[in-house]
Write a protein that binds this ligand. Structure first.
Ligand code: PEP
Length: 250
């Protein structure tokens, strides 16, 4: 069975100023000199999508966004739509990050509507799922993540443009990670759900990223786990040397 090409995605969250364009040009130059064994994506805040997409044009670095509105346009002050992001040069959009679910009360239905909007704008979507610490302690992680997958992936999804990011909430920004065995178990369960819903051919080619305190010193181990097809990296994507080392895990 073919395996999906790994993806190393950096989520800059609410970090980054105009000067970051030069960081992207530097990253692209380094990847040109030493091509990575994975696709590379940086998701800066909205304010930087257009300038970083310009800086990365013609290179192997893709630029994406961290969220979007479910509607294409309209009276939604302060929001940004998927067609606007596509127009700005974004080539991916993350939806359903646990910080959006927690800070903005986003439900699975909201996430599904945003995911559909991303694909309607012609872009691939990264849908985030993951359990809280209390849910993990209660042994409910598979149940929680299965429910999120069922509710957050829209009915008419194009699986060729779908990436799932498994991010246990308790591992994000904490320096803690699940054991390799725990990652293998939950990624295996996610794969089973994808194969059951979309069939073996499509379901086995959907990338499942692991996210949550991926660092240079744990990337190789985490990325060698079965059904881990890449990483969604927060804090460590802000430091060039750390992100380079994570990209080097392949
Ligand atoms: C994230 O927020 O997507 C994330 C994985 O953060 P960190 O790598 O900092 O834990």
């Amino acid at each position: 069975m073919r395996a999906p090409k790994p993806l190393a995605a950096g989520n800059w969250k609410m970090n980054g100023l105009k000067a970051s364009s030069s960081e992207i040009a530097d990253l692209a130059a380094r990847l040109k000199a030493a091509p990575a064994g994975c696709d590379v994506l940086i998701c800066p805040p909205f304010t930087l999508v257009a300038s970083l997409a310009d800086a990365a044009a013609g290179t192997s670095v893709a630029i994406g966004a961290q969220d979007c509105h479910a509607k294409a346009s309209g009276a939604h002050t302060g929001d940004v739509s998927a067609p606007m992001l596509a127009d700005s040069g974004a080539s991916f959009v993350i939806v359903g990050h646990s910080e959006r679910r927690a800070d903005h009360g986003e439900t699975d239905a909201d996430v599904a509507a945003k995911a559909a909007a991303v694909q309607a704008a012609g872009l691939p979507v990264i849908i985030c799922v993951g359990e809280t610490e209390a849910e993990r302690v209660a042994g409910r992680e598979v149940e929680i993540v299965s429910g999120q997958l069922a509710g957050s992936i829209p009915a008419d999804i194009d699986t060729d443009r779908l990436v799932i990011a498994y991010e246990p909430v308790w591992a994000i920004g904490t320096g803690r990670t699940p054991s390799a065995a725990d990652v293998e178990a939950i990624h295996g369960a996610i794969r089973e759900k994808l194969v059951a819903r979309f069939g073996a051919a499509a379901g086995s080619m959907i990338r499942i990223l692991y996210g949550g305190s991926v660092k240079p010193d744990n990337a190789k181990e985490l990325m060698s786990v079965a059904n881990v097809n890449g990483a969604l990296v927060g804090g460590a994507s802000l430091k060039a040397a750390d992100f380079d080392a994570i990209i080097g895990a392949w």
